[in-house]
Write a protein that binds this ligand. Structure first.
Ligand SMILES: Cc1cc2nc3c(=O)[nH]c(=O)nc-3n(C[C@H](O)[C@H](O)[C@H](O)COP(=O)(O)OP(=O)(O)OC[C@H]3O[C@@H](n4cnc5c(N)ncnc54)[C@H](O)[C@@H]3O)c2cc1C
Length: 637
């Protein structure tokens, strides 16, 4: 198989506009002849479904929640980046592009990232026009704050609820199209497989989560906007429902899965409090604008934080990365926190925590300013920990948060399967080995509002795909496979719950393939995962029936997919015998403990092809060619 990223020729800054000028169009009257399935109604899927329908395509949109408004995007707190340069602090499209490439440790595709930075400015205009209530200065101009890995303030925000407000904007656009009849919405419907006909994506099979009914849906193109797989670690900041199922099923039907080992661990989450916890909570990176991160200088110093004088504190991010300080990127800040905790200087129960302290900011700016900026985050922290972070520092620790890996897509956001598009967190496209804060919302909305709507038209105009009839035997075949799998789950009647298995898998992944990885640990994980998977299929206990609302059954299917996917993630981590961004192989570090890349051997996108569960997948390499950027050792010092 030859991987063709279809990157347009020409100077970097002109590639997207030239491409748009030359790709084929569909005339308005013909657009209604094309049916598009969009799986996912988060920022990526919601914006795409609304925009495609606005253009005239006939859209079916699916999500497993009871409303598109509940997609996980709603949880996004801190903000969305855009190169507007409203602060006049030196920002530009080029700087956002460069920061993103560097933030991703030079493992992202240059042309995609440039386009993302370029389109970022349109997103803000679009959202403002929709009425998204971004924070404003006294003058009325939109306000900005800073996020990790940048020395400018380019993050637009709506308090600590940016995702919610953006999603309400996209949802209103979607609701308008639902009302107009252009989008048919299927809430509480889970895509369980992709249907391929003659090598093309032609539809999906879904389970109605309320009635249990299995049904097929045919289309001219299928768009997956199904989010990330961070819950492979069991404990994560993701919503409990986030899963890998849609992209995993597409992978098993032939779509390539790229860079699965690039998983982001976010430095500022509320620490784990016990064995029975089922999820973790993020404390937005925006807090690091004003919060200072520190631990006691001395091991075993158990005094209350207020009793430790300043000179006995180690503000380790400011010490190690003076140029970026507390706003060093996530991968680097997470590892630095782990390092001080490993040294025995961590705080709180078990010593797995560091302080995020607002005392200086409160003294400098006043309590009201801090309250205005972050009140809902402080309130959330208090509800969970019972502690008032205005009085004493927050305790934070890194946790699984975002996944840079996903299905491989070309410049047009199409996978290697004709007619299968992948957008938002579900694809691998723009963040390389580490995503900078506030750039996932930017990417999801860029894909959905501004990129896919152009590129999908070119596919329709060029290929003229024909929607198959639902009588095609392939739909029946896939439906039967799903029914069999459902019956299998329900018939095992084992002794352990789905949660117990998921927790065990997650712990294994966290211990062996989490913030730091090494060859021995990865090999051990590769031995243990298939054993655990087999135990799962022999001893899991799935309660209830298939013909009803059955959350145990839903969860069982998702965990079964994590049991398979985790193995690919570890294979990828083992194969990438270098450190880059969030993928930190302990064998490859600089003398001061930073990630050491091997550009000569690993400057490529790893795209894996499925060969069957017990056979090693085939690795395809997309070389990363940098025309504009000079590869350098990443430094935030
Ligand atoms: C706590 C938290 C805070 C964050 N804060 C920020 C931030 O401030 N700024 C930022 O840029 N990023 C942030 N992120 C990251 C960002 O929120 C996500 O990357 C982004 O929202 C993902 O959007 P998406 O549309 O790709 O996927 P999602 O919003 O996850 O949507 C996925 C959709 O797919 C559907 N779906 C999934 N599988 C199936 C299936 N099999 N069948 C049917 N439907 C399916 C779901 O129902 C849902 O509608 C944050 C992440 C977390 C966890």
């Amino acid at each position: 198989m030859k991987l063709d990223a279809k990157i347009p020729s020409g100077p970097l800054a002109e590639k997207w506009s030239r491409h748009r000028n030359h790709i084929k169009l569909i005339n308005p009257a013909n657009k209604r002849k094309f049916d598009v399935i969009v799986v996912g109604s988060g920022l990526a899927g919601g914006s795409a479904a609304a925009t495609l329908s606005e253009l005239g395509y006939k859209v079916k949109c699916f999500c497993f929640q009871d409303s598109p408004r509940r997609a996980h995007s709603i949880a996004a707190q801190g903000g969305i980046n855009a190169a507007k340069n409203y602060q006049n602090d030196g920002d530009s499209v080029y700087r956002l592009f460069y920061d993103t490439i560097k933030g991703g440790d030079f493992r992202a595709r240059e042309a995609n990232v440039y386009r993302l930075a370029e389109v970022s400015v349109n997103i803000i205009d679009q959202c403002v026009a929709q009425g998204v209530p971004f924070a404003r200065e006294y003058s009325g101009y939109l306000a900005n704050r800073s996020f990790g890995g940048a020395q400018v303030s380019r993050t637009f925000y709506a308090r600590g609820q940016t995702g919610q407000q953006l999603l309400l904007g996209a949802y209103q656009a979607l609701a308008k199209q639902i009302e107009a009849g252009g989008v048919k919405m299927y809430p509480r419907a889970e895509m369980l497989d992709l249907v391929m006909i003659d090598g093309n994506a032609k539809g999906i099979v879904v389970r109605d989560l309320v009635t249990g009914e299995i049904s097929s849906h045919a289309a001219d193109a299928v768009v997956l906007a199904t989010g990330g797989y961070g819950n492979v670690f069991f404990l994560s900041t993701n919503a409990k429902g986030c899963n890998v199922t849609a992209i995993w099923r597409a992978y098993k039907r032939g779509a390539l899965l790229a860079n699965p080992c690039y998983t982001q661990i976010h430095p500022t989450c509320i620490p784990v409090s016990g064995d029975h916890q089922s999820k973790l909570t993020l404390m937005s990176e925006s807090l690091r604008n004003d919060g200072r991160v520190w631990v006691p200088k001395n091991k075993g110093d158990h005094r209350a934080p207020g009793e430790i004088p300043k000179e006995e504190r180690d503000y380790f991010l400011e010490r190690k990365y003076p140029a970026y300080g507390n706003l060093a990127p996530r991968d680097i800040s997470s590892r630095a926190a782990k390092e001080v905790c490993d040294e025995g200087r961590g705080v709180g129960p078990g010593g797995r925590g560091v302080y995020l302290d607002f005392a200086d900011a409160i003294e400098r700016l006043g309590l009201n300013v801090i309250r205005e900026r972050y009140a809902n985050l402080f309130e959330m922290y208090e509800r969970i920990t019972g502690e008032d972070a205005y009085q004493a520092p927050m305790r934070i620790y890194p946790a699984s948060h975002y996944t840079m890996g996903g299905l491989w897509v070309d410049y047009n956001l199409m996978s290697n399967i004709p007619g299968l598009y992948v957008i938002g967190e579900a694809n691998f496209s723009d963040h390389g080995a580490n995503r900078l804060g506030a750039s996932a919302l930017m990417q999801g909305l860029a894909d959905g509002y501004f990129i896919l709507p152009y590129t999908i038209g070119d596919y329709f105009a060029t290929e003229r795909p024909a929607k198959p009839s639902l009588d095609h035997p392939e739909f029946k075949k896939v439906e039967e496979e799903i029914a069999q799998r459902t019956n299998k789950f329900l018939s095992i009647k084992g002794h352990r719950t789905v949660t117990e298995f998921h927790r065990e898998l997650g712990k294994l992944m966290w211990d062996k393939c989490g913030m730091a990885r090494n060859e021995a640990g990865l090999k051990e994980a590769l031995e243990r995962i298939p054993v655990l998977r087999q135990e799962y299929w022999e001893d899991v206990n799935v309660l209830g029936d298939g013909n009803e609302l059955n959350q145990s059954l839903e969860y069982a299917g998702r965990v079964a997919d994590f049991m398979e996917f985790s193995e690919l993630l570890v294979i990828d981590a083992l194969t990438r015998d270098e450190s880059c961004g969030a993928h930190f192989r302990e064998e490859h570090q600089t003398p001061d403990g930073e990630a050491m890349r091997d550009d000569e051997n690993f400057s490529y996108v790893a795209a894996w092809e499925y060969q069957g569960l017990d056979t090693r997948p085939i690795l395809h390499k997309e070389p990363l060619v940098y025309e504009e950027v000079h590869l350098a050792q990443r430094s935030y010092k």
